[in-house]
Design a binder for this molecule. Structure first.
Ligand code: 13P
Ligand code: SF4
Length: 299
């Protein structure tokens, strides 16, 4: 199957992008593996004709918006991020009516419709930097409450209004589970994703995106880590650091949508060129603005 995928990829000038939460065999075969921000940049710059995006829907849609001339295919088009939908109807308009200098800051884990209503997108790796760089005092941060709270703590000079969205996978990681893991591994450092709840984040030695967590673990002189994020990162962590030990809160956090990306699915979309992300030119034009602004502000 792997050989068939590689042949088709060459024949069709396709590139395979995969998020760190996808299954190990998909990460192993992909051309680029990374966090949401890295994958968005790769999608924007690729010269391939076809992008096979192994991730969830908002990631495939962002790739299409950033590079509309390319065909973007997903191994399973039903792979979705529940948090991406978690902003109540009319709330953005209501906030805009309340504050005249408001910036709507949209975590990239959001639907294309939400992006269109926003001023700038952010990812977990650049949210603090971007919010700091905005001239606006009033910020409405959507959809994630936990990432929004993390940013609020780092940027106290702004009035950051939070929304109640959350990641159901990270929300299941509770402080008690972390304490149990720490009892078993008292010397381990705690590395957490900012989508975790505050009770977990206060115990963390480091908070960052999936790529930041992987980088931190690699550069750290410690040998033991408790990882508070989805367990797909384990593939990269253990293959790059064979002498280090990585533990997870139990039960191990697992995003079922990310795991819908299989090698069978990759092969099938490469063969049939189905499961294509289709977005009208009009929608692409408006949704591109906040994504472009994110890339500009980070630069
Ligand atoms: P990263 O940008 O850190 O990879 O996060 C994406 C995500 O979906 C986290 O749950
Ligand atoms: Fe969405 Fe959470 Fe899955 Fe990330 S881990 S894709 S935020 S449901």
């Amino acid at each position: 199957m792997k050989a068939e995928i590689l042949n088709l990829k060459k024949e069709k000038n396709a590139v395979i992008l995969a998020h760190y939460y996808t299954p190990s065999d998909v990460q192993e075969l992909a051309d680029y593996v990374g966090d949401s921000f890295y994958l968005a940049k790769v999608a924007q710059q690729t010269k391939a004709d076809i992008i096979v995006f192994c991730g969830v829907r908002f990631m495939g849609e962002s790739a299409k918006i950033l590079n509309p001339d390319k065909k973007v295919l997903m191994p399973d088009i039903s792979a979705d991020c529940p948090m991406a939908h978690m902003v109540s109807d009319g709330l953005i308009e209501e906030m805009r009516r309340t504050y005249d200098d408001l910036a709507v800051v949209c975590y990239i884990n959001s639907t294309t419709e939400l992006k269109r209503k926003s001023d700038v997108c952010v990812t977990s790796s650049n949210a603090v930097k971007i919010v700091k760089a905005l001239p606006n005092k009033n910020i409405f941060f959507i959809p994630d409450y936990n990432l929004g709270s993390f940013v609020k703590k780092q940027v106290p000079e702004k009035n950051i209004i939070l929304n109640s969205g959350f990641c159901p996978i990270h929300a299941k990681i509770k402080a008690e589970q972390l304490y149990k893991a720490l009892e078993k591994h008292p010397n381990a450092m705690v590395l957490a994703h900012p989508e975790c709840e505050q009770e977990v984040l206060v115990e963390a030695d480091f908070i960052g995106s999936t790529a930041d967590i992987i980088r931190y673990a690699e550069e750290s002189c410690s040998y033991e880590f408790i990882i508070c994020t989805e367990d797909g990162v384990d593939f990269k962590l253990t293959s790059d650091n064979p002498k280090k030990k990585f533990y997870y809160p139990e039960p191990r956090p697992c995003c079922a949508d990310m795991k819908l990306n299989t090698l069978e699915g990759v092969l099938s979309v490469l063969k049939k060129e189905n499961n294509e992300i289709l977005i009208s030119d009009d929608v692409i034009r408006t949704a591109l603005q906040p994504l472009k602004k994110m890339l500009e502000l980070v630069r």
